[in-house]
Design a protein around this ligand. Structure first.
Ligand code: M6R
Length: 609
């Protein structure tokens, strides 16, 4: 995915564009660029590398124009390089375009344009769009040229367009990729998400799929891509610019880990009914009859959200007695999944923009399923296309490695289980016990976070190891997967998550003094079994970091290091057990001097297949 920002107004565009790019950099960071109209010229500057490199490149340029577009890239077609960086321009250098998405038929269009004498400067699919708009821009009607060019395009796009001879117009359009319009005072912005906008206004329009926005200094309008007036709704953002600052932490990831007592609380606020032993989820009000009627659930997600879904399976089957399947969105969309009238599909996504999850949603809806969403980003494509759903209210998650969104997803899944379980087999007393357990989670997370320094010491001991095994069982098997993913993505250390008992079926061959294991070994129904697995590791000289239940002294005999977490109900333990694993990964990556918030090759949300 990439980040797009656009500005038109009375102020100089470039500082606003650069600031917007910095806020969007988590979306992609292999190259950056901007275009601005000033002195009847189209000024384009691009660099390979991060936004800071672009800032450096333009620092001695005079760039005073008040309309411009900018882009931070996560490469898809064409490697990271200056020519491949956006904005892209047409043959006559009259049009500049930034794009997020993929143009599937770009090769055929490129050949056609080449045959007509157009020469290309980059290997990207986006340049094809710039060239097409330039070709159709013959009578000064930029909107017509853009819509005509877009009608030739197959694939997905969120774009921003400006023209050299039209400094009073900024155009945004989308199909498949997100685009938000910011409404300021005598100024308007475009952003691929609200983080590019929030410093300037809290009034936004989430542009509908298949729509286009025209922004001038005097106003704005929205159209369909076939040029008919379209309706839109103005929303007020629920967070301010401070949510995008590190707030004294070295990295967003650490800040987000430390926010979890509040974000978990936010996910429960007004929803957890402790005395009734149930939950109230207003976003599901319209589908209450379906919730009572269904006899099967499919959770669909990717990455960390998939791990949360796996926890959801354990919760839902164990407590609510509803059979659950958990699917990778990327697999689900190309299979022929069986969905009948009693199947409910839940898509889970922090960003609400993950291309595979969105496609899975559409596939399920196409098959007639009721599709519900669990999303963090308000107004995201998934949130808009589902028949109902629950927001996480975790605030913007900037660190590429998901942390607070995961625990918020677990919280919402617990609430959902309470709600659906109480319609079925959870008794009032059991419901109350779970609700009370949930209510205590934020303060218990706070207690775990106090061990940050201790976990950093453990990280220092193991920071040079290049292979790790993460083991957990039952409710904490998904937690082992999540702990391993966190370590892999931010420290580039190989880590495998496994169900503890599966270890003896293969991975045990890897164990030696150089392969430490991180084992979630809590006082629950599988405790003794997990201890046996730990002994199997120690018998082969493997080192063990154990996550254990407060008060369990015995475990010290079986592990080299122990991090304790407070007691809670077994079903709620993932909410606590994952916190030390997030901190361990963070500190190992910090010691290894990795780019924690922007790990190589990754982007915050993957809006391409
Ligand atoms: O925005 P989503 O929740 O749909 O994103 C899914 C995955 O791409 C995401 O969880 C990814 O695995 C994270 N980098 C994990 O930290």
């Amino acid at each position: 995915m990439c980040g797009i920002v656009g500005y038109i107004g009375e102020r100089k565009a470039v500082p606003i564009l650069i600031e917007g790019l910095s806020a969007l950099e988590y979306r992609g960071y292999d190259s950056a660029g901007l275009a601005m109209v000033g002195d009847e010229q189209l000024h384009v500057h691009k660099v390979k590398g991060k936004v800071d490199a672009l800032r450096e490149r333009i620092k001695s340029e005079r760039l005073d124009g008040t309309v411009g577009i900018a882009h931070t890239r996560w490469a898809t077609h064409g490697g990271p390089s200056e020519p491949n960086a956006h904005p892209h321009t047409d043959h006559g250098n009259a049009i500049a375009v930034v794009h997020n998405g993929i143009i599937e038929n770009y090769a055929a269009i490129k050949e056609r344009l080449k045959r007509n004498g157009v020469s290309f400067k980059s290997e990207t699919d986006t340049e094809v769009l710039a060239q097409l708009i330039g070709k159709y821009y013959t009578d000064g009607d930029l909107v017509k040229a853009v819509t005509k060019a877009l009608s030739d395009i197959e694939g997905t796009f969120g774009i921003a367009v400006i023209a050299r001879d039209n400094p009073d117009l900024l155009i945004g359009a989308r199909r498949g990729s997100p685009l938000v319009v910011g409404i300021g005072e005598d100024e308007y912005l475009l952003g691929s998400d609200t983080s590019a906008i929030v410093a300037h206004t809290d009034k936004v329009i989430y542009l509908k799929d298949g729509h286009l926005a025209t922004l001038t200094r005097n106003g704005y309008s929205t159209l369909t891509l076939d040029n008919r007036p379209a309706s839109h709704k103005v929303h007020t953002l629920e967070y301010g610019a401070e949510a995008l600052a590190k707030g004294g932490f070295d990295h967003f990831m650490l800040k987000e880990i430390f926010e979890q007592p509040e974000t978990i609380q936010n996910a429960m606020r007004g929803r957890l009914l402790t005395e009734e032993g149930t939950a109230r989820l207003d976003g599901l009000n319209l589908v209450m009859t379906e919730l009572r009627r269904i006899n099967r659930i499919i959770f669909v997600a990717c990455g960390t959200s998939w791990h949360a879904a796996l926890c959801g399976e354990y919760l839902m089957e164990d407590l609510a007695g509803i059979p659950v399947e958990v699917e990778y969105a990327s697999e689900f969309r190309y299979r022929n999944p069986i969905i009948d009238s009693k199947t409910l599909v839940f898509v889970i996504s922090q960003s609400g923009e993950t291309a595979d999850t969105l496609a899975a949603l559409r596939e399920a809806a196409h098959k007639g399923a009721t599709v519900l969403g669990i999303c963090n980003v308000v107004g995201s494509s998934i949130a808009r296309e589902t028949h109902g759903g629950v927001y996480l209210h975790a605030g913007p998650e900037i660190g590429v490695a998901s942390t607070k969104a995961f625990t918020s997803q677990l919280t919402v899944l617990s609430l959902l289980t309470l709600l659906m379980g109480r319609m079925r087999r959870i008794s009032h007393d059991d419901g109350m016990a779970i609700a009370k357990g949930l209510d205590r989670i934020p303060s218990q997370v706070r207690k775990i976070l106090k061990q940050n320094d201790y976990i950093a010491e453990i990280a220092a001991i193991y920071s040079r190891h290049n292979n790790f095994l993460y083991l957990g069982r039952s409710y904490n098997y998904p937690v082992a997967l999540e702990g391993a993913l966190k370590l892999k993505e931010i420290s580039y250390v190989h880590a495998e998550g496994y169900p503890a008992a599966e270890m003896k079926h293969g991975p045990i061959a890897l164990i030696d003094t150089n392969m430490p294991s991180v084992v979630v070994a809590l006082k629950d129904s599988v405790y003794e079994k997990v201890i046996s697995n730990m002994e199997e590791i120690r018998a082969r000289s493997g080192k063990i970091i154990a996550i254990a239940t407060e008060g369990d002294k015995t475990i010290q005999k079986h592990a080299d290091h122990v991090v304790y977490i407070p007691k809670t109900l077994p079903v709620l333990t993932p909410l606590l057990a994952v916190i030390p694993l997030q901190l361990l990964a963070y500190h190992i990556a910090a010691i290894r001097k990795c780019e924690i918030d922007q790990p190589r090759n990754l982007a915050k949300s993957v809006t391409v297949e």
